[in-house]
Design a binder for this molecule. Structure first.
Ligand SMILES: Cc1cc2nc3c(=O)[nH]c(=O)nc-3n(C[C@H](O)[C@H](O)[C@H](O)COP(=O)(O)O)c2cc1C
Length: 198
């Protein structure tokens, strides 16, 4: 079974950090092998421990393993560009977030932020388990709401493809050359002491 390519060969931190942050990346190449329900629950366990406002835990996850009756419901939500490389994913996830505070019913301005933190926990755990994890904004949110019967008080945030790492040959030819962990702009270009001055 291919190892998740170690992104540290392609990108170095400017300041020393825990290796997992740089090692995590978002491969598209997946082998087509399934992952177990225990592995999937382990990823959701990592997501569970994300921080959230008032410990709201706004995130909810709907999922489908490949080769199950639910899979086409999820796969058909993806835009064609994502359907090109996703057939070998083992699991597709739709991330939802609850939009209102459970304590008083008021709108929660950070439900999306908190569900993003949960995603990153899941992605880091995936990298630690030698799994390929890639978030997907390219899907039909309205269709997801309808098909998956998501109530109005939940936002449809993002999809996630999870699988065992593959090789570039598992991808359509036009995607193979871009299957490299991308770099980042320097830290100092993202930060500003005091007022906005980018
Ligand atoms: C919220 C979000 C949405 C994304 N949507 C897509 C997508 O629709 N299709 C895709 O191929 N990659 C998607 N990506 C993956 C990004 O392109 C990738 O994370 C980015 O290029 C940084 O690369 P890295 O995660 O390998 O470090 C998405 C990532 C995030 C976090």
């Amino acid at each position: 079974m291919p190892e998740l390519p170690d992104a540290r060969e392609f990108r170095q931190p400017e300041f020393p950090i825990e290796p997992i942050f740089v090692r995590r990346w978002s491969p598209r190449a997946m082998s087509g092998e399934p992952i177990s329900q225990t592995e999937l629950l382990t990823l959701f366990e990592a997501a569970r421990w994300a921080p959230s406002t008032f410990n709201e835990q706004e995130w909810r996850f709907l999922y489908a393993h490949r080769d199950t009756p639910e899979w086409p419901l999820f796969f058909d939500l993806l835009v064609p560009a994502n359907q090109r490389w996703c057939p070998k994913a083992a699991v597709l996830v739709v991330v939802l977030s609850h939009k209102f505070f459970s304590r008083n019913g008021r709108p929660n301005p950070v439900h999306t932020f908190d569900s993003g933190a949960a995603f990153e926990n899941l992605a880091l755990q995936g990298a630690a388990m030698n799994l390929a994890v890639r978030a997907l904004a390219g899907f039909d949110r309205q269709k997801a709401r309808t098909v998956l019967e998501v109530p109005d008080d939940y936002a449809v945030e993002v999809m996630i493809a999870i699988g065992r790492p593959g090789t570039p040959e598992d991808l359509p030819e036009e995607l193979r050359s871009s299957e490299v962990p991308p770099g980042r702009r320097p830290v100092r270009e993202s930060i500003c002491e005091g007022k906005f001055a980018f």
